[in-house]
Structure formats: structure tokens, C-alpha cells
Design a protein around this ligand. Structure first.
Ligand code: ZN
Length: 75
């Protein structure tokens, strides 16, 4: 409840740079719409960063290595 860390250590999104896990938890418990807004900012940033990483890995022919790092499966 007093966790001062961001949602994700090292994330550079607006939410992680400006708000703690404790604050977000408070917003979710209080059912404040801002909680969803801030979580969405982080989630979209995460997905966009991952896609950039995947595109770079494909260009540099190191997708298999990235796949092992993330442990996701390609079908
Ligand atoms: Zn973030």
C-alpha cells in the first residue's frame, strides 16, 4: 500500500515516470477513472515499445534471440 515504485521499473512512460504503484492502487480502489487512464498509458507504451523491439529484431535478424528473452512462441 505504500509501494513507491512505478508499475514497471525502467519504464519511461508518463505513468511510470510520475506515479507510484501505491497511488495507482489507491485510484483503482477508489474506482477513479484516472486509474484506467494511467494504466492504459502504460499498457500502450509497453506494447509500442515491444513492437519496436520486434521490428528491430526482425531487421537485424535476431528475432529468435529476442523470442528466447521474452519466452513467447511464434506459430
Ligand atoms: Zn510505464
Amino acid at each position: 500500500m505504500r509501494d513507491p515504485r512505478p508499475i514497471e521499473e525502467g519504464c519511461n512512460c508518463y505513468t511510470c515516470r510520475n506515479h507510484s504503484r501505491a497511488y495507482l492502487r489507491h485510484l483503482f480502489v477508489a474506482r477513479e477513472l484516472l486509474a484506467v487512464h494511467l494504466a492504459t498509458i502504460h499498457n500502450l507504451y509497453f506494447i509500442e515499445s515491444l513492437m519496436q523491439e520486434i521490428r528491430s529484431a526482425i531487421r537485424e535478424e535476431r528475432l529468435a534471440k529476442l523470442r528466447k528473452e521474452w519466452k513467447f512462441e511464434l506459430s
